[in-house]
Design a protein around this ligand. Sequence first.
Ligand SMILES: NC(=O)c1ccc[n+]([C@@H]2O[C@H](COP(=O)([O-])OP(=O)(O)OC[C@H]3O[C@@H](n4cnc5c(N)ncnc54)[C@H](OP(=O)(O)O)[C@@H]3O)[C@@H](O)[C@H]2O)c1
Length: 248
Amino acid sequence: MFDLIGKVALVTGASQGIGEAIAKGLAKQGALVVCAARTEAKLQSVVAAIQADGGKADHVVMDLASSDSVRAAVAAVVERHGAIHILVNNAGITRDKLLIQMKEEDFSVVIDTNLKGAWTAIQASTKPMMKQRWGRIINIASVVGQMGNAGQSNYVAAKAGLIGLTKSVARELASRNVTANAIAPGYIETEMTSGLSDEVKAEFNKTIPLGRMGTPGDIAAAVVFLASDEAAYVTGQVLSVNGGMLMP
Ligand SMILES: NC(=O)c1ccc[n+]([C@@H]2O[C@H](COP(=O)([O-])OP(=O)(O)OC[C@H]3O[C@@H](n4cnc5c(N)ncnc54)[C@H](OP(=O)(O)O)[C@@H]3O)[C@@H](O)[C@H]2O)c1
């Protein structure tokens, strides 16, 4: 089950947190995983950990805020490894502020990174995926993209946009055997949420039927499924991995 031997994957934001777990999860199933982000030293250490575990990995430095950088990263994957089968748009940033205090720059940088960066990576990967008649596009959205969140109008707009983008891409590429799905994580223990106090976390946990925050591994498991042949008939979907906090 979930055999990914022979598949080449590009995972954005793979230098830490959820992206690192996704990269390790895909590599464990046999995929050659190219880890992308801005900080090379962290990417190198993730690649070394995967290789030490017997997996295949490589890295590419990429800044999602620059379309040229994203296109160059996808081109590098294809050039070095001959294909791109799996694209995981995981990298994301927050610039949280109440609407009334949010600067235009806070809105633009989050949209450019979280939404436009993903669109560019998808567009750049589409041709090779269509040509090889096999592809998996997996976009990491968020539960707040499904329900809204005060103080995150920029982030939520980007994540809701990512869900719409996923559905359009799924319709466009289905005839070429390329699927596109989104995962909507709930609150996951990573650096992004490390600033929350124990009190706030305890309050969150009360709203989660499974009674805990998620782990990066919870998301990686969902990615492995969507990337696999076993998920061949799943496209245009939003898989909620949120401990039950939202049942859309
Ligand atoms: N944690 C949660 O509770 C949660 C919940 C729902 C959804 N998510 C989503 O899950 C994804 C991963 O979250 P996380 O918690 O693992 O975040 P994280 O720990 O903050 O990691 C973010 C990753 O994205 C990379 N990144 C940031 N800006 C980038 C840019 N401009 N270009 C390329 N890479 C960039 C970072 O590496 P560099 O800084 O080195 O570039 C890092 O690898 C995000 O899309 C997030 O919105 C998280």
